[in-house]
Design a protein around this ligand. Sequence first.
Ligand code: AMP
Length: 111
Amino acid sequence: MIYDNENIFAKILRSEIPCEKIFEDEYIFSFKDINPKTKIHILIIPKKPYIDILDFLENADADYQSNFWISINKLVLQLDLKNKGFQIKSNKGKEGGQEVFHFHLHLLSDS
Ligand code: AMP
C-alpha cells in the first residue's frame, strides 16, 4: 500500500478541510474526532506521512518516534488528563477497523 496524499487527515494537515484543533507542534497535530465515542475523543497524527502504526514503527527514525511521544505527553498535560484515566488506541488495517490511512491514535476519556 502506498500513502495516499488525498486522505482526509492529509487534507486536515494541509488546512484544506476544517477541524477542531486541540494541539499542534513540530511533530504532531491533534484535533477532535468528528464522531466522538467518549466525552473526550481526540485524534493524534504525526505531521509526517505514515499509513498506519506499523509503517510508523518500521519507518520513522528513532528521533521522530521519541519526539512524537514527548509531544503526546504535552498534549495529555494540556488536557489535564495526567491524574485522570484515558485510553490510547490505534486501529491497523481495514480488518483492524482502520478507515483513514494516515497513522493516528485515538485518545479517549470519559473523565
Ligand atoms: P479509524 O477507524 O481508526 O481509521 O478512525 C478514523 C476516525 O476518524 C473515526 O473515529 C472518525 O470519526 C474520524 N474522522 C473521520 N473524518 C473526520 C474529520 N473530518 N474530522 C475529524 N475526525 C474525523
